[in-house]
Design a binder for this molecule. Structure first.
Ligand SMILES: Nc1ncnc2c1ncn2[C@@H]1O[C@H](COP(=O)(O)OP(=O)(O)O)[C@@H](O)[C@H]1O
Ligand SMILES: [Mg+2]
Ligand SMILES: [Zn+2]
Length: 338
Protein backbone atom coordinates (compact mmCIF):
# COMPACT_ATOMS: atom_id res chain seq x y z
CA UNK A 1 0.00 0.00 0.00
CA UNK A 2 1.31 3.44 -0.83
CA UNK A 3 1.86 5.47 2.31
CA UNK A 4 1.36 8.95 0.93
CA UNK A 5 -1.92 8.15 -0.80
CA UNK A 6 -3.13 6.46 2.36
CA UNK A 7 -2.20 9.50 4.44
CA UNK A 8 -3.87 11.93 2.03
CA UNK A 9 -7.12 10.01 2.08
CA UNK A 10 -6.99 9.54 5.84
CA UNK A 11 -6.59 13.29 6.22
CA UNK A 12 -9.53 13.84 3.87
CA UNK A 13 -11.63 11.43 5.94
CA UNK A 14 -10.70 13.06 9.25
CA UNK A 15 -11.62 16.42 7.77
CA UNK A 16 -14.99 15.42 6.33
CA UNK A 17 -15.84 13.61 9.56
CA UNK A 18 -15.00 16.71 11.60
CA UNK A 19 -17.02 18.91 9.26
CA UNK A 20 -20.06 16.62 9.64
CA UNK A 21 -19.73 16.70 13.43
CA UNK A 22 -19.31 20.48 13.54
CA UNK A 23 -22.28 20.98 11.27
CA UNK A 24 -24.56 18.86 13.42
CA UNK A 25 -23.36 20.66 16.57
CA UNK A 26 -24.16 23.98 15.00
CA UNK A 27 -27.54 22.75 13.85
CA UNK A 28 -28.35 21.55 17.36
CA UNK A 29 -27.23 24.83 18.93
CA UNK A 30 -29.44 26.85 16.62
CA UNK A 31 -32.33 24.51 17.20
CA UNK A 32 -31.96 24.78 20.99
CA UNK A 33 -31.88 28.56 20.76
CA UNK A 34 -35.10 28.51 18.83
CA UNK A 35 -36.75 25.84 20.98
CA UNK A 36 -35.38 26.20 24.53
CA UNK A 37 -37.69 23.45 25.75
CA UNK A 38 -35.42 20.93 24.04
CA UNK A 39 -32.39 22.18 25.87
CA UNK A 40 -34.35 22.14 29.18
CA UNK A 41 -35.30 18.50 28.72
CA UNK A 42 -31.75 17.64 27.82
CA UNK A 43 -30.50 19.35 30.99
CA UNK A 44 -32.95 17.27 33.01
CA UNK A 45 -31.73 14.11 31.31
CA UNK A 46 -28.16 15.02 32.18
CA UNK A 47 -29.11 15.68 35.79
CA UNK A 48 -30.74 12.29 35.95
CA UNK A 49 -27.58 10.69 34.69
CA UNK A 50 -25.66 12.23 37.58
CA UNK A 51 -28.24 11.06 40.08
CA UNK A 52 -28.12 7.58 38.60
CA UNK A 53 -24.37 7.45 39.11
CA UNK A 54 -24.85 8.56 42.71
CA UNK A 55 -27.53 5.91 43.22
CA UNK A 56 -25.19 3.23 42.01
CA UNK A 57 -22.63 4.34 44.58
CA UNK A 58 -25.12 3.96 47.45
CA UNK A 59 -24.36 1.13 49.84
CA UNK A 60 -27.85 -0.15 50.65
CA UNK A 61 -28.75 -2.67 47.93
CA UNK A 62 -32.51 -2.28 48.27
CA UNK A 63 -32.57 1.53 48.22
CA UNK A 64 -30.13 1.42 45.38
CA UNK A 65 -32.43 -0.80 43.32
CA UNK A 66 -35.56 1.23 44.02
CA UNK A 67 -33.79 4.47 43.21
CA UNK A 68 -32.34 3.05 40.00
CA UNK A 69 -35.71 1.74 38.78
CA UNK A 70 -37.33 5.01 39.64
CA UNK A 71 -34.69 6.95 37.73
CA UNK A 72 -34.79 4.79 34.64
CA UNK A 73 -38.55 5.25 34.48
CA UNK A 74 -38.09 9.00 34.71
CA UNK A 75 -35.45 8.85 32.02
CA UNK A 76 -37.76 6.99 29.67
CA UNK A 77 -40.45 9.59 30.22
CA UNK A 78 -38.06 12.45 29.58
CA UNK A 79 -36.78 10.88 26.39
CA UNK A 80 -40.31 10.42 25.17
CA UNK A 81 -41.08 14.03 25.95
CA UNK A 82 -37.96 15.09 24.07
CA UNK A 83 -38.94 13.00 21.03
CA UNK A 84 -42.43 14.48 21.13
CA UNK A 85 -41.09 18.02 21.14
CA UNK A 86 -38.91 17.13 18.16
CA UNK A 87 -41.86 15.57 16.39
CA UNK A 88 -43.84 18.78 16.77
CA UNK A 89 -41.27 20.56 14.62
CA UNK A 90 -41.04 17.69 12.18
CA UNK A 91 -37.74 16.23 13.33
CA UNK A 92 -36.44 12.99 14.79
CA UNK A 93 -33.38 12.30 16.86
CA UNK A 94 -31.60 11.08 13.75
CA UNK A 95 -31.79 14.59 12.30
CA UNK A 96 -29.60 15.82 15.14
CA UNK A 97 -26.89 13.29 14.44
CA UNK A 98 -23.94 14.10 12.17
CA UNK A 99 -24.56 13.19 8.54
CA UNK A 100 -21.67 10.98 7.55
CA UNK A 101 -21.14 9.99 3.94
CA UNK A 102 -20.65 6.34 4.81
CA UNK A 103 -23.13 4.82 7.23
CA UNK A 104 -21.01 1.74 7.69
CA UNK A 105 -17.90 3.43 9.08
CA UNK A 106 -19.22 6.92 9.91
CA UNK A 107 -16.36 8.23 7.77
CA UNK A 108 -13.70 6.78 10.03
CA UNK A 109 -12.58 4.47 7.21
CA UNK A 110 -12.62 1.41 9.47
CA UNK A 111 -15.31 -0.99 10.62
CA UNK A 112 -15.32 -3.58 13.38
CA UNK A 113 -15.85 -7.05 12.18
CA UNK A 114 -16.00 -10.01 14.57
CA UNK A 115 -14.04 -8.01 17.10
CA UNK A 116 -11.37 -7.04 14.58
CA UNK A 117 -11.13 -3.75 12.78
CA UNK A 118 -10.80 -3.74 9.03
CA UNK A 119 -10.68 -1.11 6.33
CA UNK A 120 -14.15 -0.04 5.19
CA UNK A 121 -14.88 -0.69 1.52
CA UNK A 122 -15.49 3.03 0.99
CA UNK A 123 -11.90 3.69 2.03
CA UNK A 124 -10.53 0.95 -0.23
CA UNK A 125 -12.54 2.42 -3.10
CA UNK A 126 -11.20 5.90 -2.36
CA UNK A 127 -7.67 4.48 -2.51
CA UNK A 128 -8.42 2.83 -5.86
CA UNK A 129 -9.93 6.03 -7.24
CA UNK A 130 -6.83 7.93 -6.21
CA UNK A 131 -4.25 5.42 -7.47
CA UNK A 132 -6.08 5.07 -10.77
CA UNK A 133 -7.12 8.71 -10.99
CA UNK A 134 -10.58 7.33 -11.75
CA UNK A 135 -12.14 10.49 -13.07
CA UNK A 136 -15.08 8.54 -14.37
CA UNK A 137 -16.02 7.21 -10.97
CA UNK A 138 -16.68 10.76 -9.82
CA UNK A 139 -19.54 10.91 -12.33
CA UNK A 140 -21.46 8.26 -10.41
CA UNK A 141 -23.66 10.92 -8.81
CA UNK A 142 -24.97 11.76 -12.26
CA UNK A 143 -24.84 8.41 -13.99
CA UNK A 144 -26.74 5.80 -12.00
CA UNK A 145 -29.93 3.75 -12.25
CA UNK A 146 -31.97 6.64 -10.83
CA UNK A 147 -30.92 9.01 -13.60
CA UNK A 148 -31.05 6.29 -16.26
CA UNK A 149 -33.51 7.58 -18.87
CA UNK A 150 -34.98 5.21 -21.45
CA UNK A 151 -36.63 8.20 -23.15
CA UNK A 152 -33.50 8.68 -25.23
CA UNK A 153 -34.23 5.41 -27.04
CA UNK A 154 -36.79 5.25 -29.83
CA UNK A 155 -39.98 3.21 -29.51
CA UNK A 156 -39.89 2.44 -33.20
CA UNK A 157 -38.29 -0.79 -34.33
CA UNK A 158 -36.18 -0.72 -37.46
CA UNK A 159 -35.00 -4.15 -38.45
CA UNK A 160 -33.23 -2.96 -41.55
CA UNK A 161 -31.16 -0.49 -39.62
CA UNK A 162 -30.49 -2.37 -36.41
CA UNK A 163 -30.82 -5.97 -37.47
CA UNK A 164 -33.27 -6.90 -34.71
CA UNK A 165 -37.03 -6.87 -34.29
CA UNK A 166 -37.05 -4.96 -31.04
CA UNK A 167 -37.26 -1.20 -30.78
CA UNK A 168 -34.25 0.54 -29.22
CA UNK A 169 -36.41 1.23 -26.17
CA UNK A 170 -37.44 -2.39 -25.69
CA UNK A 171 -33.84 -3.37 -26.28
CA UNK A 172 -32.43 -1.01 -23.65
CA UNK A 173 -35.06 -2.10 -21.12
CA UNK A 174 -33.95 -5.64 -21.64
CA UNK A 175 -30.29 -4.66 -21.22
CA UNK A 176 -31.10 -2.68 -18.09
CA UNK A 177 -32.71 -5.78 -16.59
CA UNK A 178 -29.65 -7.82 -17.46
CA UNK A 179 -27.54 -5.17 -15.75
CA UNK A 180 -29.71 -5.17 -12.63
CA UNK A 181 -29.54 -8.91 -12.27
CA UNK A 182 -25.79 -8.76 -12.87
CA UNK A 183 -25.50 -6.47 -9.83
CA UNK A 184 -27.72 -8.78 -7.82
CA UNK A 185 -25.80 -11.93 -8.69
CA UNK A 186 -22.30 -10.56 -8.98
CA UNK A 187 -20.87 -13.17 -6.60
CA UNK A 188 -22.56 -16.11 -8.22
CA UNK A 189 -20.37 -18.46 -10.25
CA UNK A 190 -23.14 -18.94 -12.79
CA UNK A 191 -23.57 -15.22 -13.44
CA UNK A 192 -21.89 -14.29 -16.70
CA UNK A 193 -19.81 -11.19 -17.32
CA UNK A 194 -21.12 -8.44 -19.57
CA UNK A 195 -19.95 -7.43 -23.02
CA UNK A 196 -21.41 -4.17 -24.29
CA UNK A 197 -21.24 -3.75 -28.04
CA UNK A 198 -22.57 -0.87 -30.13
CA UNK A 199 -21.72 2.44 -31.73
CA UNK A 200 -20.54 5.45 -29.76
CA UNK A 201 -23.09 7.52 -27.92
CA UNK A 202 -25.51 4.69 -27.20
CA UNK A 203 -25.00 4.64 -23.44
CA UNK A 204 -22.47 1.86 -22.87
CA UNK A 205 -20.28 3.88 -20.54
CA UNK A 206 -23.36 5.31 -18.83
CA UNK A 207 -24.72 1.84 -18.03
CA UNK A 208 -21.30 0.65 -16.88
CA UNK A 209 -21.32 3.61 -14.48
CA UNK A 210 -24.81 2.70 -13.24
CA UNK A 211 -23.55 -0.77 -12.41
CA UNK A 212 -20.35 0.58 -10.81
CA UNK A 213 -22.44 2.86 -8.61
CA UNK A 214 -24.60 -0.02 -7.32
CA UNK A 215 -21.64 -2.33 -6.82
CA UNK A 216 -19.75 0.31 -4.82
CA UNK A 217 -22.87 1.00 -2.76
CA UNK A 218 -23.06 -2.67 -1.88
CA UNK A 219 -19.59 -2.42 -0.36
CA UNK A 220 -17.51 -3.80 -3.20
CA UNK A 221 -14.62 -2.25 -5.06
CA UNK A 222 -14.51 -1.29 -8.72
CA UNK A 223 -11.73 -0.43 -11.12
CA UNK A 224 -12.80 1.45 -14.23
CA UNK A 225 -10.32 1.95 -17.01
CA UNK A 226 -10.40 2.48 -20.74
CA UNK A 227 -8.71 -0.29 -22.70
CA UNK A 228 -5.92 1.90 -24.15
CA UNK A 229 -4.88 3.24 -20.76
CA UNK A 230 -5.27 -0.10 -19.02
CA UNK A 231 -3.22 -1.99 -21.58
CA UNK A 232 -0.50 0.68 -21.65
CA UNK A 233 -0.26 0.55 -17.88
CA UNK A 234 -0.06 -3.21 -17.84
CA UNK A 235 2.65 -3.33 -20.50
CA UNK A 236 4.58 -0.53 -18.81
CA UNK A 237 4.43 -2.43 -15.55
CA UNK A 238 5.48 -5.73 -17.09
CA UNK A 239 8.56 -4.26 -18.73
CA UNK A 240 9.72 -1.86 -16.05
CA UNK A 241 12.71 -2.84 -13.91
CA UNK A 242 12.04 -1.05 -10.68
CA UNK A 243 8.40 -1.28 -9.79
CA UNK A 244 7.07 1.01 -7.06
CA UNK A 245 4.55 -0.02 -4.44
CA UNK A 246 1.77 1.96 -6.11
CA UNK A 247 2.47 0.33 -9.44
CA UNK A 248 2.35 -3.13 -7.92
CA UNK A 249 -0.84 -2.28 -6.04
CA UNK A 250 -2.36 -0.97 -9.26
CA UNK A 251 -1.37 -4.05 -11.20
CA UNK A 252 -2.64 -6.50 -8.57
CA UNK A 253 -5.95 -4.66 -8.34
CA UNK A 254 -6.67 -5.43 -11.99
CA UNK A 255 -6.79 -9.08 -11.01
CA UNK A 256 -8.31 -8.77 -7.53
CA UNK A 257 -10.83 -5.96 -7.57
CA UNK A 258 -14.45 -7.14 -7.28
CA UNK A 259 -15.47 -5.61 -10.59
CA UNK A 260 -13.20 -4.60 -13.47
CA UNK A 261 -14.64 -2.37 -16.17
CA UNK A 262 -12.67 -2.19 -19.41
CA UNK A 263 -14.19 0.54 -21.54
CA UNK A 264 -13.69 1.13 -25.26
CA UNK A 265 -11.93 -2.07 -26.17
CA UNK A 266 -10.76 -1.86 -29.75
CA UNK A 267 -9.70 1.77 -29.69
CA UNK A 268 -6.17 0.89 -28.59
CA UNK A 269 -3.45 -0.22 -30.95
CA UNK A 270 -2.93 -3.90 -30.29
CA UNK A 271 0.40 -5.64 -30.11
CA UNK A 272 1.20 -9.26 -29.42
CA UNK A 273 2.25 -8.32 -25.92
CA UNK A 274 -1.04 -6.61 -25.23
CA UNK A 275 -2.95 -9.59 -26.56
CA UNK A 276 -1.17 -11.88 -24.19
CA UNK A 277 -1.77 -9.57 -21.24
CA UNK A 278 -5.42 -9.02 -22.02
CA UNK A 279 -5.92 -12.76 -22.30
CA UNK A 280 -4.11 -13.21 -19.01
CA UNK A 281 -6.35 -10.67 -17.24
CA UNK A 282 -9.59 -12.10 -18.57
CA UNK A 283 -8.51 -15.68 -17.98
CA UNK A 284 -7.28 -15.10 -14.44
CA UNK A 285 -10.44 -13.26 -13.47
CA UNK A 286 -12.65 -15.95 -14.98
CA UNK A 287 -10.83 -18.57 -12.92
CA UNK A 288 -11.28 -16.50 -9.75
CA UNK A 289 -14.94 -15.80 -10.52
CA UNK A 290 -14.26 -12.05 -10.46
CA UNK A 291 -16.66 -10.19 -12.70
CA UNK A 292 -15.87 -7.93 -15.65
CA UNK A 293 -17.70 -5.55 -17.91
CA UNK A 294 -16.10 -4.92 -21.28
CA UNK A 295 -17.45 -2.37 -23.72
CA UNK A 296 -16.48 -1.95 -27.34
CA UNK A 297 -17.43 0.05 -30.41
CA UNK A 298 -16.39 -2.81 -32.64
CA UNK A 299 -18.89 -5.30 -33.98
CA UNK A 300 -18.54 -8.94 -33.04
CA UNK A 301 -17.21 -9.61 -36.52
CA UNK A 302 -14.55 -6.95 -36.12
CA UNK A 303 -13.67 -8.26 -32.68
CA UNK A 304 -13.08 -11.69 -34.13
CA UNK A 305 -10.89 -10.22 -36.83
CA UNK A 306 -9.03 -7.94 -34.44
CA UNK A 307 -8.36 -10.33 -31.59
CA UNK A 308 -6.82 -13.67 -30.97
CA UNK A 309 -9.28 -16.52 -31.27
CA UNK A 310 -8.40 -17.76 -27.79
CA UNK A 311 -9.45 -14.43 -26.30
CA UNK A 312 -12.59 -14.35 -28.36
CA UNK A 313 -13.84 -17.84 -27.58
CA UNK A 314 -13.26 -17.07 -23.90
CA UNK A 315 -15.18 -13.84 -24.23
CA UNK A 316 -18.15 -15.21 -26.06
CA UNK A 317 -18.58 -18.17 -23.77
CA UNK A 318 -18.46 -16.38 -20.46
CA UNK A 319 -20.02 -13.03 -21.33
CA UNK A 320 -23.60 -12.03 -21.91
CA UNK A 321 -23.55 -9.93 -25.05
CA UNK A 322 -25.58 -6.74 -24.83
CA UNK A 323 -26.02 -5.10 -28.19
CA UNK A 324 -26.80 -1.38 -27.87
CA UNK A 325 -28.88 0.07 -30.70
CA UNK A 326 -30.41 3.47 -31.41
CA UNK A 327 -29.22 6.92 -32.25
CA UNK A 328 -26.30 8.79 -30.73
CA UNK A 329 -27.60 10.20 -27.43
CA UNK A 330 -24.84 12.77 -27.35
CA UNK A 331 -26.20 14.31 -30.56
CA UNK A 332 -29.78 14.11 -29.28
CA UNK A 333 -28.79 15.93 -26.10
CA UNK A 334 -27.00 18.59 -28.11
CA UNK A 335 -30.12 19.22 -30.15
CA UNK A 336 -32.24 19.40 -27.02
CA UNK A 337 -30.02 21.60 -24.89
CA UNK A 338 -28.03 23.36 -27.59
N1 LIG B 1 -29.76 5.89 -20.18
C1 LIG B 1 -29.33 7.16 -20.27
N2 LIG B 1 -29.99 8.14 -19.66
C2 LIG B 1 -29.56 9.41 -19.75
N3 LIG B 1 -28.45 9.78 -20.41
C3 LIG B 1 -27.73 8.84 -21.04
C4 LIG B 1 -28.14 7.47 -20.99
N4 LIG B 1 -27.23 6.75 -21.70
C5 LIG B 1 -26.33 7.62 -22.16
N5 LIG B 1 -26.61 8.86 -21.77
C6 LIG B 1 -25.82 10.05 -22.11
O1 LIG B 1 -25.53 10.00 -23.48
C7 LIG B 1 -24.20 10.33 -23.76
C8 LIG B 1 -23.47 9.16 -24.41
O2 LIG B 1 -23.46 8.02 -23.56
P1 LIG B 1 -22.18 7.11 -23.34
O3 LIG B 1 -22.48 6.20 -22.22
O4 LIG B 1 -20.95 7.93 -23.23
O5 LIG B 1 -22.16 6.31 -24.71
P2 LIG B 1 -21.08 5.24 -25.22
O6 LIG B 1 -20.22 4.84 -24.08
O7 LIG B 1 -21.90 4.12 -25.77
O8 LIG B 1 -20.30 5.94 -26.30
C9 LIG B 1 -23.59 10.73 -22.43
O9 LIG B 1 -23.66 12.14 -22.31
C10 LIG B 1 -24.47 10.07 -21.43
O10 LIG B 1 -24.48 10.79 -20.23
MG1 LIG C 1 -18.15 5.07 -23.91
ZN1 LIG D 1 -17.06 3.51 4.99
Amino acid sequence: MDGSIYRDIKREYDLKRQIAIDKSKKFKEELYNKYPVLSEIEDEINMLAIRTTKAILMSDELTKQIEKDNLSLKLQKLEKKYDNELKKIGLTRKDLEPKFECEKCNDTGVVSYNGNTKTCSCFSQAMINETYKQVNIYKLDEENFETFDIGFYSKVANKEKYGIDKSPMENIENIRNIALSFVENIDSATQKNLLFVGNTGLGKTFLANCIASEVIKSGKTVVYQTAPILMDKVIEYKFSYNKTGVEKEQYDKIFNVDLLIIDDLGTETMSNNKFTELFNIINTRLLKNKKMIISTNLTLKELYKEYDERVMSRLIGSFTICKFIGEDIRLKKKKMFG
